[in-house]
Design a protein around this ligand. Structure first.
Ligand code: MN
Length: 721
């Protein structure tokens, strides 16, 4: 088996993981699809140095990629050059963004088409080896049979010709790349994606300009639909009934919720979630219908039901490739900070039509107008069981009436998403490359990292739940490239919650909310070794639940740090606070001091600084708070700078990227003594330690100290005699 390093090594070599926003993932776990006759495909329009289309075909855990300068043509006479490029990670299937300047491939890229590829003459690997790929594409835009033929005498590189085979989808007249220029995720063109922020502001302004209120109440519910017949035909538009399920879809930042009644079902619709997250506006709320389409393009409830059943069994990736689902949006309840519910329907539809494309995983269509009788008879002729008549001038929540066309509804079968616990059970993470070596000296693998976090989930989760977590990824282990994950990783499951943070320099960062074992496994599978947390809890990011004093011994000894930590404990005892020590996971010690609820970061920082100064005053020979490293001398650096609204510290039980796979391990105070060995706490030893002594830091979470009294007592100590 070719190793992942081999397959994606060229991809990884060309890119700088902390500078590019492209996925930096591994080869995906090879499943039954290895050497299969079907797979996913994507075509991206990439406006790099030279504009081109990237055609990517899934095979054995990666995407085989071709750069096609002129893109696909429906005319079989057009034989377009396709240059085979390096394999890309599977997450690239949904990559759409602007690759930053100076990076490899800098420039905007949209997902122009996606779908399923069926190989007609053997698995893709064999077809590539033979120099000819015969494939049938079933996508949002492309259909029918296509061919790649390798050029025998190619001037440079791996050159192929890509063209349409003659079939009922061939069309010598229609220029499909010009006719359908938009992304099937965001609905933006490749030009527009560079000014997405501006476009978002335009959408919101348009809503406010036509009379939308500022959004205050966020209790969104679907409008009721009466049944019967509207009293008059005037003033109505008509949405044909689709064989799908009606949902309320809410995008709020990176968090997408899809509600059907009181069930949250977004986990079943990662394709729709991805499209909602790609919209230029950071908030939008839709009334719409989830619809699976059969090969002829007709809505099919049985297909939707069978997809849900497959996903319930854990087959999410294949099911979404083989049975794509679109959200057909028919109404807009909110747009950015505008509450559109009070606007008349015609205005809401106008805003909706400008925001949502007519093709893609999120789409909309114009409602029908005219005489109801005519509308109903044409619906009946098409096998459509009815329409929802909607009064043009009514606000959202009023004026919806279902009218039957007289024919029986097709296929009224139930689409079952299971009970809530069954729904959370499908939060299974497909773990990739378990055997990849992460710690060469210790021969520990990525699988060992994942097992460590999964095994101690109950112990670490109380410390990190609802605290924004900053990810540092080491996809190739401690000796490979590492980087902060500042954006949403492509392929991020719908149930992973993230939030935007702005640091002191105004830079935008991303916090992940790691509240359950699945999310913990998900981030470990991204190669996240250390877990850094903020001292606040979401959504109240203004208050600090603890402060940290870090004893950094790079220029001193652990024995000195122990002396200082012990003095700190005495000081804390005096002022009525309680400190909780842990190893830093490298060489030093951390003491975390809980403050309970409602304390500002200013208070927390002031306490930390004062205590630090007292420690230095009492132990001037071994302690310093000097920021300039060269001026510190052979002393313990008492670092109080890790307390602040956007300052992250290494979480209790976080693994570190040290040679020996150390863990930042909570200690009881009687373990804080000069012969303490931080190297004794590693991913091999910590699980047994937890099993035997529990978590010495757990009481920290329930502390409610009298902070005002502590501040007063400390002032008393500091006051010169
Ligand atoms: Mn490209």
């Amino acid at each position: 088996m070719a190793s992942s390093r081999k397959k994606l090594s060229e991809y990884h070599r060309k890119r700088t993981p902390d500078a590019t926003n492209e996925p930096f993932g591994d080869e995906a776990p090879i499943d039954a699809a290895q050497k299969a006759l079907t797979g996913a495909y994507v075509i991206q329009l990439h406006d790099a140095t030279r504009r081109h289309y990237d055609v990517r075909l899934e095979t054995s855990g990666v995407l085989v990629s071709f750069a096609v300068p002129r893109g696909p043509s429906l005319n079989p006479a057009d034989k377009h050059l396709a240059v085979k490029t390096e394999d890309h990670p599977i997450e690239y299937l949904e990559f759409e963004d602007v690759i930053p300047e100076k990076q490899y491939g800098a420039g905007p890229m949209i997902v122009w088409d996606r779908g399923m590829a069926t190989y007609l003459e053997g698995p893709l690997e064999d077809e590539i080896a033979a120099g000819k790929i015969h494939v049938e594409l079933t996508g949002m835009k492309l259909r029918g049979r296509w061919t790649f033929v390798k050029l025998k005498k190619s001037a440079k590189g791996d050159e192929w010709l890509f063209f349409k085979k003659q079939d009922e989808h061939a069309d010598a007249q229609r220029n499909i790349v010009e006719a359908l220029p938009r992304s099937i995720l965001s609905g933006l063109t490749v030009e527009e994606i560079e000014r997405a922020a501006e476009i978002a502001a335009e959408h919101e302004k348009r809503a406010l300009d036509v009379g939308a209120a500022r959004l205050r109440k966020r209790d969104f519910t679907l409008s009721p639909i009466a049944s019967g017949r509207p009293d008059d035909d005037d003033g109505f538009v008509f949405d044909p009934e689709l064989d799908g399920i009606r949902v309320l879809a809410i995008r709020d930042g990176d968090v997408v919720t899809i509600r059907r009644g009181d069930e949250n079902i977004e986990t079943f619709y990662p394709d729709v979630v991805r499209a909602l997250r790609s919209l230029p506006v950071s908030r939008a709320v839709f009334d719409g219908e989830l619809v699976a389409f059969d090969p002829a393009g007709r809505p099919s409830l049985p297909l939707l039901a069978s997809r849900a059943a497959r996903i319930k069994k854990g087959d999410t990736f294949r099911a979404t490739v083989e049975i794509p689902v679109s959200l057909v949006a028919t109404d807009l309840l909110a747009l950015g900070d505008a509450d559109t519910r009070t606007l008349p329907l015609v205005k809401r539809r106008e805003l909706l039509g400008r925001l949502v494309p007519s093709l893609g995983y999120l789409k909309t269509s114009e409602p029908l107008e005219g005489d109801l009788g005519v509308v109903l008879s044409s619906c009946a002729a098409l096998g459509i069981s009815g329409v929802v008549a909607k009064k043009k001038e009514e606000p959202y929540g009023r004026g919806f009436v279902h009218v039957s066309s007289g024919i029986a509804p097709r296929d009224r079968i139930a689409v079952d998403h299971g009970a809530a616990d069954a729904r959370s059970a499908i939060r299974k993470v497909a773990v990739s490359n378990r055997t990849k070596i992460f710690w060469p000296d210790e021969k520990l693998t990525k699988g060992d990292l994942i097992d460590f976090y999964a095994g101690i989930a109950d112990t670490i989760l109380p410390h990190i739940a609802n605290r924004p977590v900053i990810l540092v990824r080491y996809p190739d282990g401690i000796d490979g490239k590492s980087f902060y994950q500042w954006n949403v990783p492509p392929g991020m499951p719908a149930w992973v919650r993230t939030m935007s943070l702005t640091d002191e320099e105004g830079a935008s960062k991303r916090g992940f909310l790691v509240d359950d074992a699945s999310t913990l496994v998900y981030i470990a599978n991204l190669g996240c070794i250390p877990i850094h947390i903020l001292a606040s809890r979401f959504p109240d990011l203004e208050h600090s639940e603890f402060f940290t004093i870090d004893f950094d011994i790079k220029q001193s000894t652990l024995a000195n740090a122990v002396t200082l930590a012990t003095t700190l404990k005495e000081l804390l005892d005096t002022i009525g606070l309680r400190g909780f020590p842990k190893t830093s996971g490298q060489t030093g010690l951390h003491v975390l001091v809980p403050l309970g609820k409602g304390q500002t970061f200013d208070t927390a920082r002031a306490l930390a600084d004062l205590l630090g100064q007292l420690l230095v005053a009492r132990h001037p020979k071994i302690a310093t708070m000097e920021r300039v490293v060269s001026k510190r001398g052979p002393k313990v650096y008492v670092d109080t700078g890790q307390t602040g609204a956007t300052r992250a510290i290494v979480a209790p039980y976080s693994v570190r990227a040290t040679k020996d796979a150390r863990v930042s391990t909570p200690l009881s105070w009687d373990e804080v003594e000069p012969d303490l060995d931080p190297g004794a706490f590693t991913i091999r030893t910590v699980p047994a330690r937890i099993a035997s002594i529990g978590d010495p830091m757990r009481p920290m979470l329930d502390e409610q100290p009298d902070v005002a009294r502590a501040v007063a007592e400390l002032a008393e100590i500091v006051r010169p005699a």
